[in-house]
Design a protein around this ligand. Structure first.
Ligand code: BV8
Ligand code: ZN
Length: 250
């Protein structure tokens, strides 16, 4: 696995860098990805569970999935990929971290100003009165949590398929992608829109666009450089190379 001299030079001279992360960045923390072999709940496709209609039809099943994922989140910690992005933020004048992940690991690692396109599993709210009730999950009898104020169903504060992304968050992500010198897409299969449109926006405005992933994706043929491998190895190596000019591959 190696990255180009050009990437390090571009990062070293960049005024603005935008990074988009997906489930692959959390994989080395032990968080299952969505579509990989360790895919979350292989028997279901994310689209089948992560949508409002499924929730209304079978709230207990959907909450069983989120309770499992919230339990996983309590047992894992950020990995070197998250830490490298905290370091990279310190090296770049304008750094924007955009994540599709809902696992809160970037914030726990120390990244700031994180744009959470798809929400955050640590937050929940009532679908009727919108009251926030964060520390909830399935109760002992496996029943979906209900609002203390009005008895409505509580849902995770994540963006489900068919739902709009938080407008302000996505607008800021689009602006960052369209104004950066270097865009890094890391650990994402780049299939979910409109998040997957961000690297394309960066390409259209002349940024140097790099993909770091364990497999090729639909994005691979469009970007300047695809680095195959683990985010927890590649990102620290890139940060290391930025600290030691002249070291351009690992
Ligand atoms: C919307 C939250 C407007 C819930 C998620 C075009 C335009 C607009 C919309 C669409 C469109 N085409 C289709 C749509 C609809 C849909 C969509 O994109 N569908 C896809 C499946 C085709 N989009 C939407 O519905 C979005 N809303 O568009 O609103 C609208 C409104 C009404 C009507 C129409 C339009 C909402 C999308 C958000 C869905 N919510 N998550 C939850 O998490 O429970 S998406 C879900 O997928 C996660 O957030 C996840 O982050 C995201 C993307 O997955 P990845 O992160 O990429 O994970 P994946 O497993 O797929 O890949 C991991 C990669 O990492 C792999 O490639 C693997 O090789 C690699 N990897 C693994 N280990 C490592 C690694 N790489 C490096 N190192 C490692 N160690
Ligand atoms: Zn309520």
């Amino acid at each position: 696995m190696s990255f180009s001299k050009r990437l390090i030079e571009n990062l070293g001279s960049a005024r603005s860098v935008c990074v988009l992360t997906g489930a692959g960045v959390s994989a080395e923390s032990g968080v299952p990805t969505f579509r990989g072999d360790d895919g979350l709940w292989k028997k279901f496709k994310p689209e089948e569970l992560a949508n409002f209609d499924s929730f209304i039809r079978n709230p207990d099943l959907v909450w069983e999935w989120y309770s499992y994922r919230k339990k996983v989140m309590k047992e894992v910690v950020p990995n070197p990929a998250h830490t490298a992005l905290v370091e990279l933020q310190k090296l770049v004048p304008e750094f924007t971290l955009v994540t599709q992940n809902v696992d809160n690991l970037h914030i726990r690692a120390g990244s700031t100003g994180v744009l959470e396109l798809h929400g955050n599993i640590e937050r929940s709210y009532c679908i009727d009165c919108k009251e926030r009730e964060d520390d909830v999950s399935l109760d002992a009898s496996g029943k979906v949590p209900r609002c203390r104020r009005c008895g409505g169903l509580i849902r995770p504060d994540v963006v489900w398929f068919g739902e709009f992304l938080p407008p302000d968050t996505f607008a800021r992500a689009e602006w960052a992608a369209g104004h950066c010198d270097v865009f890094i897409s890391v650990g994402t299969s780049a299939v979910v829109y409109p998040a997957a449109s961000l690297p394309l926006a960066a390409l259209n405005t002349g940024a140097y666009v790099v993909e770091i992933n364990q497999e090729y994706t639909d994005l691979s043929s469009r970007v300047h450089e695809t680095i195959l491998g683990k985010a927890g190895v590649i990102l620290p190596a890139i940060v290391q190379a930025l600290h030691t000019p002249g070291n351009h591959s690992v």
